[in-house]
Design a protein around this ligand. Structure first.
Ligand SMILES: [Mg+2]
Length: 446
């Protein structure tokens, strides 16, 4: 041993032995927490993207068993071929998070330190807010005001076609006759997966018609109603707090321009996913036609997916989700690349404290970070899913990380996890040995 250095033995002997999961519902999303286990007491916590499938992670297990979990980048490059856009990337990203957690615990340092250290002491969280029943601007304003009273300094809400549908007003939408009714009946299609598969399939088809192909337009009355809604929201929350907008609906670019113009004078932080992220040229045209920042990114996998949009100059903000974008290090690279183009990074997040803390480590260590999403203000047990040194995890609208190693999660709270387990799962952390020997020739060239 060299004098003055504190060396840690055993790094070369560490091996991955198992990968297990627990799927919960009502967080408010369906969420899949994972454990990557080793031949030591070290366990890494990770998470597969919300509303997705454990199989995206389980298919990676046989590619990881016997490998050293400290070789994070090597293993990420080995498994990244099995990730795709949006939810398909969930397994690759979830495993990557768990590997960072193991490395942090092994070396006794927090993940943000391994990423280069802090740009800030606490992470700004923005609160995405829904309201029950018929949408009214004042009611949405009051719900957002409550978030402000809790300390949130940045807000988001939905505004667009869904708002008009839920208002049930006549004469606000224009579409091939019958489509609006189809859209309404498809709204809760996921609820029918286990009970009425045909209804689920019909709803899936309607919901997945892409923006330009719906033929849907908003009428002048519809735009007036939406602008009035926004005006009422601002009258309650005031002009000073940033307000982002999401879920505008599947409308073509001309409608996007008209909708955005109605939002221009209300200081909107960004309009999110107005068009499919793949349509770079359309984004460019949209950005040139309006004066509201555009954001997209929650379904983009890997930094190369972000590059064309960044080069186009169309975005005001990128909005990756760590559980789709490639995990912690890839998203750090994405954030740094956006910075080179003068663009801020907000982070999409709709999962458990595992994903939230992973995002917070990244956010603390990335200079152009703006705000991290949070959907679970109204889920009282969200915070109790994990044991951490600092509670609550989100305090006064910010996450402050301790210097605990890895993600900073001491343990998971199995009682709370079990109380919210998906009824279609046998048990939490059950054996996944059937995935141990899934062998294939994974080489990407010959
Ligand atoms: Mg979104």
């Amino acid at each position: 041993m060299i004098s003055g250095f504190n060396t840690i033995p055993g790094a070369s002997k560490l091996k991955i032995t198992d990968l297990r999961f627990a799927k919960i519902t009502g967080a408010p999303m369906d969420c899949i927490m994972i454990k990557v286990m080793t031949n030591s007491e070290l366990v890494g916590y990770g998470e597969i993207r919300d509303w997705s499938s454990p199989s995206y992670g389980l298919m990676l297990k046989s590619r990881l068993i016997g490998e050293n979990p400290l070789n994070i980048d090597k293993l990420f490059r080995r498994i990244k071929q099995f990730g795709g856009v949006s939810r398909q990337a969930g397994g690759v990203c979830g495993v990557e998070l768990a590997l960072w957690d193991i490395a942090g615990k092994f070396y006794g340092i927090p993940i943000y330190q391994m990423l280069g250290g802090k740009f800030r002491d606490k992470v700004r969280v923005y609160s995405d807010t829904d309201i029950e029943g018929k949408p009214e601007g004042k009611k949405m304003g009051a719900a957002l005001k409550k978030r402000m009273d809790l300390g949130f300094t940045f807000l988001k809400m939905d505004w667009g076609v869904e708002t008009l549908l839920a208002m049930d007003e006549k004469g606000v939408l224009n579409a091939p006759l019958g489509y609006v009714e189809d859209l309404k009946s498809a709204h809760d299609y996921r609820d029918y997966f286990y009970t009425e598969r045909e209804k689920f399939n019909r709803g899936y088809d309607v919901i997945n018609i892409a923006h330009s192909f719906t033929g849907l337009q908003i009428t002048e009355k519809g735009y007036d109603v939406l602008e009035q809604y926004l005006k009422e929201v601002r009258s309650v929350i005031g002009p000073e707090i940033p307000l982002a907008i999401d879920h505008c609906g599947h409308i073509g670019i001309t409608e996007c321009i008209k909708l955005a113009k109605r939002a221009e004078k209300y200081n909107i932080a960004w309009l999110e996913d107005l068009l499919p992220w793949q349509l770079t040229d359309a984004y460019k045209r949209l950005a040139a036609s309006i004066a509201v920042p555009l954001a997209t990114g929650e379904d983009i996998y890997l930094k190369e997916g972000f590059r064309p949009l960044l080069e186009s100059g169309a975005l005001g903000v990128i909005h990756p989700d760590l559980l789709s974008s490639g995990g912690i290090m890839e998203t750090k690279k994405i954030g740094d690349m956006a910075q080179d183009y003068g663009i801020a990074m907000a982070i999409h997040m709709a999962e458990t404290p595992i994903a939230a803390l992973a995002a917070a480590h990244l956010a603390i260590a990335t200079e152009n970070f703006l705000a991290l999403e949070f959907h679970s203000v109204d889920v009282p047990w969200w915070d109790d899913l994990v044991m951490t040194a600092t509670k609550p995890i989100i305090n006064n609208g910010f996450i402050e990380l301790s210097n605990a190693p890895g993600l900073g999660i001491e343990s998971l709270n199995d009682d709370v996890i079990r109380a919210h387990t998906d009824p279609h799962q046998k048990d939490i952390w059950a054996s996944t040995d059937e995935w141990n020997n899934d062998c294939s020739h994974d080489r990407l060239w010959s």
